[in-house]
Design a binder for this molecule. Structure first.
Ligand SMILES: Cc1cc2nc3c(=O)[nH]c(=O)nc-3n(C[C@H](O)[C@H](O)[C@H](O)COP(=O)(O)OP(=O)(O)OC[C@H]3O[C@@H](n4cnc5c(N)ncnc54)[C@H](O)[C@@H]3O)c2cc1C
Length: 473
């Protein structure tokens, strides 16, 4: 008998060990299930290995460099060369990644989750074949959670070559700061990495196909970011449809039609960040009978169940917002449903964060979305320029905006552009989650001087009684 012919039986099989998969495995194990998790790559998935964590490490290093260069603004004179050592930066970033992926491994082991390395392929609705270079093994399961995530979408006219035409993964591992970097795609990934490289000294051009950067994000939030990009020397070209490009030696030239006019942009590297493709095409989902939508994402209900009762899908491969915390949130729902609980997805207070400069974060409804949903919204905006802490940090660009229902003052949404927006949004998410109204937020004592005071003041503004701004009457 060939090793692996005897199928192993598990309660729950999780395919993919990203922030969706590993969280699902741990929660299912906590709830008493016998769980096996399989991944063909490194534990932690995209987020830990080539997404959230490495990109934030790079952004923080780039910010530190900028702060040193701009230190004289606050009276700190730096003499001598301040240089970027890119190989060291990448090595440090890799160290951060290693620490976290090691942590995931310990957590899985600590929860008695069996870890299997290999590529999974459905051999039927209740079985998966996992193969790696050395062996193959069939697993039979009662329930399976698909968390295979996504990969960078390729532009047919400008395919990745990993040397000059880069995916986000390649761009996180460059051994030098490009002199000129062309970024194709002005979504959050292109913007975050483009900004980091601009701060590290590259001359960056961002080509975006639509009319503005960060399509889908409220323009009032992006305006401030666009202004800052200009200050950093980044060229933003909108309505630029990329037609193709060529690599010549150490250079890459990208051809684009900009508002109908043919233009070329040359850089020593080009980062293509035009979206993500779900990893649902090489998994044998047809054999399991799992339905996909027209873009290849797995269709799920509000309990993360696919059209096949005992097959669940979570995270990027199930579409919606392609964000790590959304994957982990769905992971808990799926694991709980499998374990007999009646959990359901509720995205009302989902945080969206963009680590731009300044940062953008929002949750709930914007003013126009609130109107569309039949509310009569009242909007109150408080500027960081009036916040002592922001000024003392020399980072006072931006505002906090609260959207509340006029009659009940129920909090409907919060939008922030400014310092630490990524952290500040947590209070708004919690408030909306708890069904708070603007008065609850306004009556909460906020420490002084801190950035969250802006949330309190914006909430007071809903009633026309903010202290540190002149209220609209
Ligand atoms: C540059 C970048 C920056 C990002 N920054 C942020 C951020 O700041 N905040 C945020 O919330 N999100 C961010 N994201 C998005 C975030 O990384 C994803 O939303 C998240 O990783 C999705 O988690 P997941 O578990 O669904 O899948 P993934 O993390 O994609 O993991 C899927 C796993 O499945 C495995 N797999 C796939 N197919 C198979 C198979 N057939 N067999 C076995 N294993 C398989 C893969 O090897 C992978 O490890 C960023 C993404 C990128 C690219």
């Amino acid at each position: 008998m060939v090793v692996g012919d005897l199928a192993q039986e598990v309660d729950v099989l999780v395919i993919g060990a990203g922030p969706g998969g590993y969280v699902a495995a741990i929660r299912a194990a906590q709830l008493g299930k016998n769980v096996t998790i399989v991944d063909k790559g490194a534990l932690g998935g995209v987020c830990l290995n080539r997404g959230c964590i490495p990109s934030k490490a790079m952004i923080s290093a780039a910010e530190r460099y900028t702060h040193i260069k701009e230190a004289s603004d606050v009276g700190i004179e730096v003499s001598g060369d301040v240089k970027v050592n890119m190989p060291k930066l990448v090595e440090w970033k890799n160290g951060v990644v290693k620490k976290l992926t090691g942590g995931v491994k310990s957590l899985l082991k600590g929860n008695k989750v069996e870890i299997v390395s290999g590529e999974a392929y459905f051999s039927g609705p209740n079985s998966v074949r996992v193969s790696n270079d050395e062996s193959a093994q069939t697993y039979k399961f009662n329930d399976v959670i698909i968390a295979t995530g996504s990969r960078p979408a390729e532009l047919k006219v400008l395919p990745f070559d990993g040397k000059r035409i880069l995916s986000s993964t390649d761009a996180l591992n460059l051994q030098e700061v490009p002199e000129r970097l062309v970024v194709v795609g002005g979504g959050y990934i292109g913007l975050e990495l483009g900004t980091a490289y601009a701060k590290l000294g590259a001359e960056v051009t961002i080509l975006e196909g639509t009319k503005s950067l960060l399509p889908g994000t409220d323009p009032s939030l992006t305006k401030m970011v666009t202004r800052k990009l200009k200050k950093l020397g980044v060229t933003v070209v909108t309505e630029a449809m990329v037609q193709g490009g060529e690599v010549n030696g150490d250079e890459v030239t990208v051809r684009a039609s900009v508002k109908g006019e043919e233009k070329t942009y040359t850089g020593d590297y080009c980062l293509v960040s035009v979206g993500r493709t779900p990893n649902t095409d090489e998994l044998g989902l047809d054999i399991a009978g799992v339905e996909l939508d027209e873009r290849g994402f797995i269709k799920i209900d509000n309990q993360c169940r696919t059209n096949v009762d005992h097959i669940y899908a979570i995270g990027d491969c199930a579409g919606g917002a392609l964000l790590a915390h959304k994957a982990s949130y769905e992971a808990k729902v799926a694991a709980e449903v499998i374990s007999g609980q009646n959990s359901v997805i509720d995205y009302q207070a989902m945080p969206f964060v963009i680590f731009s400069d300044p940062e953008i974060a929002y949750t709930g409804l914007t003013e126009s979305e609130a109107k569309e949903e039949g509310y009569d919204p009242v909007v109150s905006r408080f500027a960081f320029q009036a916040n002592g802490r922001a000024l003392s940090m020399n980072a006072a660009d931006g505002f906090v905006q609260v959207v509340a229902d006029k009659e009940t003052k129920q909090l409907l949404g919060v939008q922030i552009v400014g310092p630490e927006a990524s952290t500040l949004i947590a209070e708004a998410v919690f408030a909306i989650e708890m069904g708070a109204n603007a008065e609850d937020l306004a009556l909460t004592i906020h420490a002084h001087p801190t950035l969250p005071e802006t949330l309190m003041e914006a909430a007071e503004g809903v009633f026309g009684n903010a202290i540190h701004m002149v209220n609209k009457r």
